[in-house]
Design a protein around this ligand. Sequence first.
Ligand SMILES: [Zn+2]
Length: 310
Amino acid sequence: MEPVYHRLPVVDAGGMELHLPVVDLGPSPPRLCVVAGIHGDEPSPLVLVDRLVVALRERELHAGVRIVAAANVPALLQRSRWSSWDDEDMNRIGDGDGGPALTRRLAAAVVAACQGCEVAINLHNFVMRTPLLAVWPPGQSPEHQARHEALLAALDPHVVWVFGDTPNDQHAFSTSLDAAIERRGCHVLAVEMSDLPELDEPLLARALAGVMRVAAAVGCLADHERPPRKNRVYVHRKLVRAPGAGIFEPIAALGGPVAPGDVVGELVPLERPGQRVQIKADEAGWLIQRLGRRFVRPGDMIFTVGRAAR
Ligand SMILES: [Zn+2]
């Protein structure tokens, strides 16, 4: 089944045309939409969707799969989270609310591309080394939660990040691109993984197998996928940031248990080499995400500890 590459027109911006690149596989209409490149500094999803197109090309599809490989081309070309054309975060403006800013028009096009699909998978990556991680959004009905659980069983991530469920958390989620897509009747799985330097083959294999099982769950593929590993954990996530600028050197192993006071890594301070600063966990749980050796600025994300959520 050969992919069909096409482009949805977004805007004629003063003589410069902008398009949303879309790949369609299988019979139309599509039932699953996989979205990559919402944030311009997150290139890992493109590696996964490349593997996905190659894998689906060899398979018989009973319903269509749509792939938005580069949701936010202006930001990707600038290698920054959002484009400096309008400084709008594509993940925080819903469906763009009819606004004229280019990122808003692109968000509207992404929502339109997902409309009519049963499920959308929105792919992101962290700078921190991250296992296959799916989001459990706040404020959902029991029916939505049951559907989400079934789709997570298919995706089979290592970790499920359970969001806080306060009114503030619910409001923050309601303004997201994911929530805008859900308001059009398409269930969203938001998925995170590692940045390119630490995107290894086992992580890619797990992610690809998971997306293929979701495709089977919505009827795009016959149900002959690799069985899930079923070792996922549900956690609340506590983020620890860099206390200063310098080189972060990781020590603790990713995925293992941590206790308050455990040294997760060390910071080689920019201004005082030879005077390493220990960076410790301040609560008990699992070390869910952690930077590799990287240059950090004060406030950059260093690691997260996951506390069991159920
Ligand atoms: Zn992102």
